[in-house]
Design a protein around this ligand. Structure first.
Ligand SMILES: Cc1ncc(COP(=O)(O)O)c(CN[C@@H](CN)CCC(=O)O)c1O
Length: 426
């Protein structure tokens, strides 16, 4: 008897490429049949076969309050009753813009868009328009969405320009992007020494969450900040994932670094399609209709999405919200590492705010190369064993995981008990 998940996956592959609307959902990295969800509530989701899971993906970060938080649902329902979209300014967009500028001191002006890709694509174009330069720097293993300029892999040499990491990206587009090693400040210095006055921007995840979790080494972000200031390049913090995930002032507040532009997404939409980019007023004023850099969107600032975002951002401002979230996340990572150690399994884990990394190796990776050295087979075996136990981790050894405010003592201890059963029979 094949499961309903398998039936749905077979059908969906007829009508949707790979059966999914975003590649990572297809379980290619871990193998097996992707789980089709039909309902979520708090820390739990239910699949098409009515199996329950504790969810540590949370739609890849947006659901910091958990699924279907009553205040978010109520705000969405109320907004929807007044109409879904106007294609005209609304007071709600102004309210969330004012709130983002208040909470993130580096953001003096902000523009709302509908996805993280739109946010980073627009920020790159804005940085190029503001500086009249074309070249950008990104870091291997960091993902900033699927804009052509950012689907680029490292060139042959550290200082050569990139090549497309996807079919369909023109060589000439990729060649304006240099791909350097995350946490290698010397490499960034070398690039600026050679191309400084040609570099429009550096875009970086202040905590990398798309090559599993890799934290910045002390001095790495500050060094990039100094180099961008010295050479007149725009520092873009891509906080689509870390924004309001690692703290109320985002990663930039955690590390005390002030970028020129910030991209946000995920949490600020509360589960609805919304992202944003913002920063220094004199840069943002280069945007149409004020300036010459064009950027637009039919559903930008959508009132229903904004309502979900405002309801979410209201909740995360509660006293001790992030202290409690970080404590739950640490309880998970320390518990998993303790269970693995007890059974002599090469495994470690780390938490930054409400996001975490799990690694089948015996020390924390600080580079893309070290992450690539993790035991992928071991991760896949752990992933499927936990899935059978009703625990849903990210279906890839190269993704970060997420804890929500709805993950309480019971969810964490049930997860650790499942891991103990799996590691004891490893
Ligand atoms: C730091 C960062 N910047 C930009 C993006 C792109 O955002 P979206 O276009 O998917 O909304 C993302 C998207 N993250 C992935 C998770 N690794 C989304 C999941 C997916 O691609 O389906 C991101 O993490």
């Amino acid at each position: 008897m094949i499961s309903r998940n398998q039936q749905l996956f077979e059908r969906s592959q007829k009508y949707i490429p790979g059966g999914v609307n975003s590649p990572v959902r297809a379980f290619k990295s871990v193998g097996g049949t992707p789980v089709f969800f039909r309902r979520g509530k708090g820390a739990h989701v239910w699949d098409a076969d009515d199996k329950t899971y504790i969810d540590y993906v949370g739609s890849w970060g947006p659901l910091i309050l958990g699924h279907a938080h009553p205040e978010v649902i109520e705000a969405v329902e109320a907004a929807a009753q007044n109409g879904l979209t106007f294609g005209a300014p609304t007071e709600a967009e102004l309210e969330i813009a004012e709130l983002l500028c208040k909470l993130v001191s580096s953001i003096e002006q902000v523009r709302l868009v509908s996805s993280g890709t739109e946010a980073t694509m627009s920020a790159i174009r804005l940085a190029r328009g503001y500086t009249s330069r074309n070249r950008i720097i990104k870091f291997e293993g960091c993902y900033h969405g699927h804009d052509d300029a950012l689907l680029v892999k490292a060139g042959s040499g550290a200082l050569t320009f990139g090549h497309p990491s996807s079919a369909g990206v023109p060589e000439e587009t990729a060649s304006s992007t240099m791909v350097l090693d995350y946490n290698d400040l010397a490499g960034v210095e070398q690039a600026f020494n050679q191309f400084g006055d040609k570099i429009a921007a550096v875009i970086v995840e202040p905590v990398a969450g798309n090559m599993n979790l890799v934290a910045p080494k002390p001095g790495f972000l500050a060094g990039i900040r100094e180099l961008c200031t010295k050479h007149g390049s725009v520092l873009i913090f891509d906080e689509v994932m870390t924004g309001f995930r690692v703290g109320l002032e985002c990663a930039q507040g955690l590390f005390g670094i002030k970028p020129d532009l910030t991209t946000l997404g995920k949490v600020i939409g509360g589960g609805m399609p919304m992202a944003a980019f913002g920063g220094r007023r004199n840069i943002m004023q280069c945007l149409a209709p004020v300036g010459a850099v064009y950027q637009a969107g039919t559903l930008s600032g959508n009132p229903v999405a904004v309502a979900a975002g405002l309801a979410t951002l209201k909740q995360v401002q509660a006293p001790r919200f992030y202290e409690n979230l970080a404590a739950s996340t640490r309880q998970l990572t320390e518990g998993l590492a303790g269970a693995a150690k007890k059974h002599d399994i090469d495994f470690c884990a780390q938490a930054v705010g409400g996001m975490f990394g799990l690694y089948f190796r015996n020390n924390l990776p600080s580079s893309y190369a070290e992450v690539m050295g993790c035991d992928r087979e071991a991760f896949n075996r752990f992933f499927h064993a936990m899935l059978r136990e009703g625990i849903y981790f990210a279906p890839s050894a190269f993704e970060a995981g997420f804890v929500s405010a709805a993950h309480g003592e019971t969810e964490i201890s049930d997860t650790l008990a499942a891991a103990e059963r799996i590691f004891s029979a490893w």
